[in-house]
Design a protein around this ligand. Structure first.
Ligand code: C2E
Ligand code: C2E
Ligand code: C2E
Length: 89
């Protein structure tokens, strides 16, 4: 096991996401809205997503999962802890 503890979750900051320009964040916002709809989870400030979904999003954004994670950290949508969640990819 990792000395830093269990693999952290990928937690999307939905309030930050809503503030970002649509040309950058539109695809992610639509993806997150679809997951919220599938779960019936509409009241959260954050949304925990599957590691598999980050892989899919990386394809959509034409980046590697690591590159997309760095971008989402820069935007303030993911916490820096998310780096450890994609190390296992
Ligand atoms: P499903 O994948 O067949 O999952 C059925 C139910 O199992 C989910 O109902 C949820 O209660 C539970 N479940 C499955 N995987 C996890 C997990 O990793 N963590 C937790 N806490 N629970 C889990 P729910 O949430 O109502 O979702 C209904 C369906 O919506 C899911 O069926 C799946 O097809 C889709 N879905 C929901 N959230 C996601 C997501 O984050 N990513 C993807 N790709 N699909 C999702
Ligand atoms: P946590 O995973 O650290 O989540 C902390 C809080 O962030 C949650 O408090 C909730 O307010 C928010 N949060 C995180 N992910 C989501 C999300 O996808 N949707 C929404 N609407 N809110 C989210 P909460 O609900 O009181 O849960 C406290 C703790 O209970 C969680 O800490 C987690 O350890 C556990 N927990 C709650 N639901 C689940 C679950 O579906 N699966 C698992 N494995 N643990 C859960
Ligand atoms: P979590 O609920 O703490 O689940 C952590 C990991 O346990 C998941 O990572 C997945 O690998 C495994 N897991 C938990 N429940 C199930 C299940 O019913 N079926 C399967 N096949 N695996 C399960 P993952 O997939 O990266 O998901 C990360 C977090 O995203 C979950 O943490 C949960 O907070 C959220 N999540 C993912 N899928 C769903 C879903 O369908 N519904 C809901 N409500 N939350 C989900």
């Amino acid at each position: 096991p990792s000395p830093l503890g269990p693999t952290p979750k990928l937690v999307i900051d939905l309030e930050r996401l809503a503030q970002l320009p649509k040309d950058k964040a539109g695809a992610l916002a639509r993806y997150a809205a679809t997951i919220q709809s599938q779960r019936g989870d509409y009241n959260g400030k954050v949304l925990s997503i599957r590691q598999e979904d980050l892989r899919s999003l990386a394809v959509i954004y034409d980046k590697s999962p690591t590159e997309l994670t760095e971008e989402l950290i820069t935007w303030g949508v993911l916490d820096a802890e998310a780096r450890r969640a994609v190390e296992s990819f």
